[in-house]
Every structure is written in C-alpha cells, then in structure tokens.
Design a protein around this ligand. Structure first.
Ligand SMILES: Nc1nc2c(c(=O)[nH]1)N[C@H]1C(S)=C(S)[C@@H](COP(=O)(O)O)O[C@H]1N2
Ligand SMILES: [Mo]
Length: 509
C-alpha cells in the first residue's frame, strides 16, 4: 500500500465528520437553538478581541458568520486528519484527541445562555460516534495493511467500504442537521399564521412628497427582506411565541411577567422608526426604516414601578445577549416600543421574533434587543451591556449623518444636469437642511423632502450642472436644533462614525 498515513488521515476526517454531523443532528432534535457547532462558534464570537471582529466584518461583511463556521470546519478537518494519522501509529492516541474535542464542545454548551441538559447530548454523541468510527476504520486500515502481503482484496474493500459509509453518514447527517436548522421551519409557520392586532394608535400618515421619485434612491420604508441584519447569533433563535415571557426584574417595586397573548392584548401603537448600527460607516447601508407595531416600554416599566436611583435598563435576549439602555430613553415621551410587528407582519425570525425593542435615537447595540426575554432595571454603575467591555462606549446616541445614493455605484454621468439624491437622519431630533458642495466649493442647499417623523430618515435631492471631468461631491446635514453634521472623520468605534460622505463623480461628454 502506498502512503497508508493518507488513508489514516482520510479515516480521521470521515470519522470525526460523521461524529460532528451526528452531534448536530441529535442537537437539532433535542435543543435546536444550541448545537455543538453553534455553541463553540458562539463562544468564539464572545471571546475574540474587538479588533479581530472588526477585521472579520470588514473582510466578510454580513457573511462573517458563514466565514466563522467554514473556518471552524477547516480546523476540525485538519485536526481530524492528525487524529487519524496518530491513531494508526499508536492505538488510542487519536481517540484522546477526539476526547479533547468532546470536552471543548461540552464546555462550550455549558457556557451558553441557551444551555439545557438535552443540549449536552450533542457533543456527547459527536465524541462517541467519532471515537467508535475512528477505532473501527483504523482497525480496518490495519487489517488491510497486514493483508497486503497475503491477499489484498477483501481487507482493502472492507476499509474502503467503511470509509464510504462514514462519509455518507457525515454528509447525510450534516445535510439533515442543516435542514432541521433549529425549529426554524415550525416557528416560521406559527409566525406566518399569526394575526396581529390593529394598533390603538396608528402611525401618522406618510406626508406626500416624503418619498422622492428619483431612480436609485432606496425606498423610504425598507422592505423586511432588504433590512440589514446584525447580531451575534450563529443560528437564528427560534422562539415559541406561546411559551415566550418577558420578565421585568431588578430595581422595581414588583416584578412583572408578561406573556405573548397579554402583550398583544395591550393598546398597541404603530410608528415609523429608522434604526442604525453603530458599525455603519459614513455612506454605509447598516441602516433601515420600518413601521414597528408594539407596546410602549414606558407602560410596562410603569406597571413594575421603577425604584429611584436606577438609570439603566439591561435588556436580555434568549441567547444571552444584552443591551444597556439609559432609563430615560425608555420613560420619556419618545416612542420606545416592545415591537411585535415590522412593516405590517409579525417580526421576521432574524429581526427578533416574537418581540424586540426599538428605541428612537439610539444605536442598535444599546437598545434594539431582538428575541427579548428580560428587562432588568439597574444602574450603569452596576451592569454592562454586551458590547461595552468589547470596545464600544456605554452610551450610543445615533450620530447625525447623510448619504449620497444617486448617482449610484460607479458614479459615471453624462455632462449637463445630474440629479443627486439620498437620505439624511438625526433620529429623535429631525433634519432641517441638507447641503452639497462640489470640489470643496460653496455649500448648496438641496431640496429636503418632508420626513415621516423626527425619528426617521429624510430624503433629499439636488440637480447639479457639470462639464466633462472629475469631481468630488460631499453632503452634510443640519438638524432641527440647528447643529451641523460633524466634519471630522472618525471611525465607527467606539461610538459611531463621523465625517461627510464624499463621492467621486466622473462626468463624460
Ligand atoms: N439578541 C440580539 N439583539 C440584537 C443584537 C444581537 O447581537 N443580539 N444586535 C444589535 C445590533 S448591534 C443592531 S445594529 C440591531 C440590528 O437589528 P436588525 O438586525 O433587525 O437590523 O440589533 C440589535 N439587537
Ligand atoms: Mo449594531
């Protein structure tokens, strides 16, 4: 036999591949929201330094989670090859390695917020299956090697058959596990059938002219399918709305617990609110505007009775993620809501089904908790949200900004008149003016569309005349308090980017 160590490595990959697939599959049935792979991946996400995470988002964008899972699989495959090779040389040497895998998976599952005893079955099955298969395949390989000198055929065939069966198990189990992919299918079914109540207080109508008829300017209200998605969840939590509860704990007169039916029975309001991610670069698209249906957070806090001294509400999601929101942003007159609906339907799973929080004027990382399960009334001095110890500031008011959407992408236009258009936002203050300047010349005021409310973005447009050449065009906004957008360029960390969106336009004859 040529290069038996290669066959041993292949045996290792197949054995551990089948083990991992089996573990995922079992977890898919017993604890869909916590499988060995998502547990380890989640632990990695929580542990990596902010710089690594920024790099990953910069390189992979919203495909960062897929990149992480792929990277994990490559590393597991490499270690599995080693396990096969060492097992061939020394009985149980590879088994030890798989044992370590199992322990890592076990600890990862134990450390997660979604932990349940059933979830431990995943890594257990993965390790046992991996070990049994590895032992068997390596034994068959040894038999083949020993038989080489006598009659090679039967032993060789047995090993190759074992390898093929193991490979099929890995592929089949993996595919099925992916299909099960949590109870996502079932929950989605429930979600689709849900009939949301009509709001007691409907959203103010969208003023005529708020949506400009300029080709290439995004819709004023972002469709759910196009809405940006940012979270740390490797697998979208699939919560059973019937079993869902929201607890109010901490510095309150009385703890309150609310279930989904009780929440739907409250007098709901519906409001357009533009939410944005602190990681949104100047000119970026991690921002969206939707019509949210829900109950004011203020009312729930009133039921619980906030004790004096509290200044923060730590909201927690089913997967353990947390956000620290200034208490006043939830109790003042703004429309902070426990949202159940998004653009006329139940919240999509990836946007927080069944309930999330929406707070006008604050970045998502300090306010927009999806898959919400708890509100803990506390103090900034006593508690921190998920991102604060990871390089992001404790408070996250959204910074005023503006964006040029048209002319789009390569920004090549014909000489003559060209319409520039885009959006501007200063949530909860509102926009009063948008201006453009060409090659750092005089600021020229754009036509500003009426906003839906101070909590949403505004569209703007301005026709400009050009002769052939290259131009730099910049945009800036002014809010309703008269403050002008900050010109100094600053990165997204720790509390949101500043600077003017600057585009280069090529004008052809
Ligand atoms: N449970 C949970 N909620 C979360 C997050 C998260 O990681 N987990 N990320 C927050 C961040 S950083 C942002 S910007 C918004 C994004 O909401 P969206 O995905 O619906 O656009 O959700 C917030 N809510
Ligand atoms: Mo974010």
């Amino acid at each position: 036999m040529e290069r038996p160590e290669r066959w041993a490595a292949a045996a290792g990959i197949v054995a551990i591949g089948a083990g991992v697939a089996g573990g995922e599959l079992v977890a898919g049935f017993l604890s869909p929201s916590l499988t060995p792979m998502t547990a380890v991946g989640g632990a990695i996400i929580d542990a990596v330094p902010p710089a690594v995470k920024d790099w990953a988002i910069a390189v992979f964008g919203t495909g960062d989670k897929l990149a992480l899972l792929t990277g994990m699989m490559v590393i597991i495959a490499a270690l599995a090859a080693v396990a096969g090779a060492v097992e061939r040389r020394r009985r149980f040497a590879g088994v030890w390695l798989i044992g370590i895998f199992g322990v890592v998976g076990f600890l990862a599952v134990l450390s997660r917020a979604q932990f349940s005893e059933q979830a431990l079955a995943g890594p257990l099955v993965a390790a046992v299956l991996g070990i049994v298969l590895l032992r068997r395949l390596i034994q068959q390989l040894r038999d083949w090697e020993a038989a080489e000198r006598i009659s090679r055929q039967p032993a060789r065939r047995r090993f190759l058959q074992g390898l093929a069966w193991g490979g099929a198990l890995a592929a089949g189990g993996g595919a099925l596990g992916a299909i099960l992919s949590g109870a996502v299918v079932g929950v989605n079914d429930v979600r689709r059938k849900l009939i949301l109540p009509r709001p007691r207080s409907a959203a103010p109508p969208i003023p005529t002219g708020a949506e400009m008829a300029v080709d290439g300017v995004g819709p004023l209200v972002t469709p759910n399918a196009d809405f940006y998605r940012i979270d740390t969840a490797l697998r979208v939590p699939a919560l059973d709305a019937d079993a869902w509860t929201l607890k109010v704990t901490g510095m309150v007169e009385r703890e309150v617990q609310l279930d989904f039916a009780e929440l739907l029975a409250k007098p709901l309001i519906e409001r357009h609110v533009t939410i944005s991610c602190v990681s949104n670069e100047v000119g970026g698209d991690l921002i969206g505007n939707a019509l949210w249906l829900g109950w004011p957070v203020r009312e729930l806090l009133l039921m619980a009775g906030v004790k004096s001294g509290a200044d923060m509400v730590l909201s927690r999601s089913a997967d353990g993620w947390t956000a620290g929101t200034p208490l006043e942003a939830l109790t003042d007159t703004r429309d902070s809501i426990l949202a159940v609906g998004m653009n006329g339907e139940a919240l999509p799973l990836e946007h927080g089904f069944p309930v999330r929080m929406i707070v006008p004027g604050l970045y998502g990382y300090v306010s927009a908790t999806k898959w919400l399960t708890e509100l803990k009334v506390t103090r900034f001095a006593d508690d921190v949200g998920y991102w604060t110890p990871r390089g992001w500031s404790e408070r996250g008011p959204i910074k005023m900004s503006s964006r040029i959407d048209v002319p789009a992408t390569d920004r090549v236009v014909k000489a003559g008149a060209t319409t520039f258009a885009g959006v501007a936002w200063a949530q909860h203050t509102g926009i009063s003016k948008v201006e453009l300047r060409v090659n750092r010349g005089e600021w020229q005021e754009a036509q500003l569309a009426p906003g839906i409310s101070r909590d949403t973005w505004y569209q703007w447009q301005l026709p400009l005349e050009f002769t052939p050449g290259q131009y730099e065009v910049q945009v800036r906004a002014t809010d309703l308090d008269g403050d002008v957008q900050v010109e100094e360029r600053r990165p997204v960390a720790p509390d949101g980017a500043t600077g003017y969106h600057t585009v280069r336009v090529v004008v052809t004859s």
